[in-house]
Write a protein that binds this ligand. Structure first.
Ligand code: C2G
Length: 468
């Protein structure tokens, strides 16, 4: 009996896949098909996959072409599989010509001609077709990163940009476009964007006329009105945190979005880092026991007279949302008490060099420290009854963390590739949410509203303790 093996993602299974499978099957008597897991695809740079692993496996199963379906989870697994299943022939499409010659040591390798004119990429692009308008100059470097990251997302085009006249410093895109993975990594579809490629719009209204979604990175005081207006115009919204300056405003915005059946997402890129996501799951699974304390610190030194800071991007607004994220996602928002201590350098503009927020929950405590006028170790420590998680600085761009126990021989280390600081996956998730109503890394409405609440308390100086 001749055993044939082939691999693929099989997203939105189409005629090209079926033809490949039919021909692979004819090469022998028994066909094994390896379907890539979500993690494996992500690690090889394939980030736009629309269907879940189960959906893809079910569609493949329904064709009746595979005698056996296995899941491909790691680089090098093909060699393992070929040995384990006594494979005679490895077959793959000609788009991989030459890439799998290293398997010739273990079995025959056959490249089958790829079917022209159809691909999952085209199908996805047809499905999506989102035109994203960009608003704001409040965070030029962040905006530049989003512009760069948009080029990785199939079916998402930037329709225009509206700023209040400030220059957008585009990053040198080539510097960022480092393809991940080795020989099996998927070619990135990145198109380097030049400033001249971006249509500049003269008003927010004009920008909204020509887009289906907006990304807002203006100033916190502008967010509420801009989001409200975009939703009223029927546009989906991705907005830098905070969404608004009070809990009530955030709740109103979510209500409006729901009424209009539109997507409203708060942009906190750390939520989309795989390491951070895994860390949350480990905690939920009870690995460190009950969480008793969270300490999260985010600082970056800046010139305190900087116009962006004076106009609203003070320390608590810049770093608060990120620092608060693990607190609310792990302990929830029902704390008993919250103390805010802040050192203001310019009370008129509410500019804080340093702010500390301490929470008391029924069974635990949490402390965040943020600062643009203070430098500290930007790590995250989550302490539990059995052990603790340590995420080294800068924890908000984390690709690595450790779970530490009393006896260090039990410690565990975790590493997950982070591309584009999380922004890439945030955009993928935003697009997915618009197209399917399903999201992977959900920042709950309660978390978003509570973040705004804390910033609001800081703003209302009567409720914060001021350092001299
Ligand atoms: N294919 C084809 N014709 C097309 C599209 C795809 O023959 N028009 C083939 C591909 O060449 C591949 C298979 O269908 O052999 C599955 O394609 P994808 O789902 O795109 O998976 P891919 O990224 O090629 O993954 O490590 C290698 C991978 O597992 C293969």
């Amino acid at each position: 009996m001749k055993t044939v093996i082939t691999y693929g993602t099989y997203d939105m299974l189409h005629y090209g896949h079926i033809r490949l499978l039919e021909r692979a099957k004819k090469l022998g008597d028994y066909l094994i098909v390896g379907v890539t897991s979500e993690d494996f695809d992500r690690s090889r740079g394939k980030i736009n996959v629309q269907q879940s692993l189960m959906e893809r496996v079910e569609a493949l199963n329904a064709t009746g072409l595979a005698d056996q379906i296995i899941i491909e989870e790691y680089t090098g697994q093909k060699i393992d599989d070929i040995r384990r299943y006594n494979v005679d022939i490895f077959a793959i499409g000609s788009d991989w010509e030459g890439k799998f010659d290293y398997l010739k040591e273990f079995c025959d390798v056959v490249y089958l001609e790829r079917t022209q004119g159809i691909s999952s990429t085209d199908l996805r692009a047809k499905n999506q077709g989102i035109r994203l308008g960009i608003v704001g100059s409040g965070k030029p470097t962040v905006v530049a990163k989003y512009i760069n990251e948009c080029s990785y997302i199939n079916g998402l085009v930037i329709s225009g940009i509206f700023t209040d006249g400030e220059d957008i410093k585009l990053l040198d895109a080539s510097q960022e476009n480092v393809a991940s993975g080795g020989a099996e990594s998927v070619n990135s579809h990145s198109k380097t964007l030049k400033k001249s490629d971006l249509p500049v719009k003269n008003s927010y209204r004009e920008l909204l006329e020509d887009c289906s979604a907006v990304y807002i990175a203006s100033y916190p005081s502008e967010h509420f009105e801009q989001i409200k207006y975009a939703l009223e115009q029927g546009k989906h919204v991705l907005c830098e945190s905070p969404l608004a300056l009070s809990k009530k405003e955030v709740e109103d915005l979510f209500e409006l979005a729901a009424k209009k059946e539109l997507v409203l997402v708060e942009a906190i890129k750390t939520a989309y880092s795989m390491a951070y996501d895994r860390l949350l799951l480990l905690i939920k699974s009870g690995m460190i026991g009950d969480v008793l304390s969270i300490e999260s610190t985010c600082t970056s030194l800046a010139e305190m007279q900087n116009e962006n800071i004076l106009k609203g991007w003070n320390s608590i607004n810049t770093w608060g949302p990120t620092a608060l994220l693990p607190v609310f996602q792990i302990l929830g928002t029902d704390y008993i008490d919250c103390r805010i201590v802040t050192k203001l350098t310019d009370p008129n503009h509410n500019v804080d060099a340093y702010t500390k927020v301490s929470f008391i929950y029924k069974r635990s405590t949490a402390d965040i420290k943020v600062g643009l006028g203070m430098k500290s170790e930007g790590d995250l420590i989550i302490s539990g009854t059995k052990g603790y998680i340590y995420v080294p600085a800068p924890w908000w761009k984390t690709d690595y963390f450790e779970v530490r126990f009393e006896h260090s021989e039990n410690n565990k280390r975790y590493f997950y590739q982070l591309d584009g600081e999380g922004i890439r996956f945030e955009l993928v998730d935003f697009v997915k949410l618009i197209n399917t109503g399903y999201s992977n890394n959900y920042i709950s409405h309660k978390t978003s509203a509570e973040i705004a609440n804390i910033l609001n308390i800081h703003h209302d100086k009567r409720r914060a303790i001021l350092l001299g």
